[in-house]
Design a protein. Structure first.
Length: 105
């Protein structure tokens, strides 16, 4: 389950960064039309689905990893920051303890 959470954290961050780049581009006055607009809608929907799975997995893994409230809250907040999922994947979910627990599942 932890390996799945690492993958979901990566994809959540990737979709969020793409959405933020598209938002910044739209602030310049460039209008996304046609295929680009459709792609953005798909990425936005995908991000919503992946973020929901991300939050659910964090709540499931929390008990297994015996995270404190502060650790859990920090990981949840990281998902609200563009690219925060990369930090979660690299820092919070990486290490010998995580790998040992991942093998136990």
């Amino acid at each position: 389950m932890i390996k799945l959470l690492r993958k979901v954290a990566f994809w959540e961050a990737t979709f969020f960064v793409v959405l933020c780049v598209a938002w910044v581009v739209s602030l310049t006055g460039y209008q996304l039309t046609g295929g680009l607009h459709s792609a953005l809608v798909i990425v936005g929907f995908s991000h919503g689905c992946v973020f929901t799975v991300y939050v659910g997995l964090i709540l499931l893994v929390r008990a297994r990893m015996k995270w404190s409230f502060l650790t859990t809250f920090s990981i949840l907040v990281a998902g609200l920051i563009p690219g925060g999922g990369y930090v979660v994947e690299m820092r919070a979910l990486h290490g010998a303890r995580v790998d040992a627990l991942a093998d136990a599942w």
